[in-house]
Design a protein. Structure first.
Length: 350
């Protein structure tokens, strides 16, 4: 039986030391704000901020500062009412780096969207917790489909964006008091299916799911890299394959042939540039007459679990990686996160 002992690594939630800024940014194309009911009525500077996106990237911001006396709710209403007029006269400020819309959303999910344009507040000498509303701009127009609060992790799955459907948000579901339970997340989204197929005797299917899982974590770590192979780089960085008796390059070729053709003959294997390998369940490693090396599937599982442990620990060592983790994991689909249509009893959809 394949048991599911995932590495028990603690993970400190990077959101534990968030800024006290009360404003916020847009979820999707929308307007986002956070309210402070204890705000007094003294005059202060509040901000309408605009993020123009072209080809899914933003390289500068626009803003208008207003002097306003009133509580947060009144301030937000005032800013929202001024959005169209403010966009026409807003001051431009170049940002230190460009970012994609998905990068922006991942920052917002962690309550850190404002970090991408903090120089606005620095330039204007804003106080510790300025009130602001941030709107995304496309083709010169503010596009709004949801209004959400700055620290609202769940903003992707609002009624404005998914209607009457329901879906678990992984960032909320796997957040514990002590942090994010990444081992349980990886188990539910990947290892559960690997265990089910393996224990049902579907060993080739289990192998396909395992190499697909390596693909996924490699993408989360390195993105869509073009100058190196993320699958190979991830294994080389985090995995000890000595107990398996194979190399990252050999596993990559096995992955290619299994997922694309369900055979053992990738192009490089056929050209004799890489050794042909395959899985075995039970028995000792061996090489057959045609040179195919049969490695133990369970040895690969154990090596991968050790690699996952080291990979997860890297997030404890470098918490700045977590923003990219959120951005890329939000793109992941899995059986444990289905969009459920409930109004007419329709079937679940990915």
């Amino acid at each position: 039986m394949l048991e599911g002992d995932m590495p028990a690594i603690s993970f400190t939630h990077i959101c534990s030391s968030l800024s006290t800024l009360r404003g916020s940014s847009i979820a999707g194309f929308g307007t986002h704000c956070e309210l402070d009911p204890l705000r007094g009525v003294m005059s202060e500077t509040i901000f309408n901020i605009f993020l123009p996106f072209k080809d899914e990237r933003c390289g500068h911001a626009l803003y208008v500062a207003h002097e306003f006396a009133g509580d947060d709710e009144a301030g937000v209403r005032f800013l929202q009412n001024c959005i169209d007029d403010d966009l026409k006269v807003a001051t431009r400020i170049d940002l230190p780096r460009t970012f994609t819309r998905s990068e922006y959303y991942s920052h917002c999910r962690l309550g850190r969207g404002h970090e991408l344009y903090d120089q606005i507040f620095q330039k204007e000498g804003a106080g510790k917790a300025p009130l602001f509303v941030t709107s995304l701009v496309c083709n010169g127009r503010v596009m709004v489909n949801a209004t959400v609060h700055h620290h609202d992790t769940h903003f992707y799955l609002t009624p404005q964006t998914i209607g009457d459907a329901t879906m678990d948000d992984w960032l909320i579901k796997y957040t514990r008091e002590e942090g994010i339970d990444l081992p349980q997340l990886i188990h539910d989204d990947f290892f559960l299916a690997i265990k089910l197929t393996f224990n049902a005797g579907l060993h080739v299917s289990a192998a396909k799911l395992l190499v697909s899982c390596i693909d996924s974590v490699a993408y989360i770590e390195f993105g869509d890299a073009r100058d190196f192979q993320p699958f190979v780089r991830w294994l080389s960085t985090y995995a000890d394959l000595s107990i398996v008796g194979v190399t990252p390059e050999e596993l990559w070729e096995l992955r290619n042939s299994l997922l694309h053709m369900t055979n053992l003959s990738s192009r490089k294997v056929n050209e004799k540039k890489v050794r042909r390998i395959s899985i075995r369940v039970g028995g000792k490693p061996e090489t057959d007459a045609d040179g195919t090396y049969f490695f133990g599937f369970m040895e690969l599982v154990r090596a991968f679990q050790g690699a996952l442990s080291r990979w997860i620990e890297s997030y404890n060592q470098d918490r700045s990686k977590f923003v990219k983790f959120v951005e890329r994991y939000d793109e992941t689909i899995s059986d444990s996160r289905m969009l459920m249509r409930t109004a007419q009893g329709a079937a679940a959809q990915v």
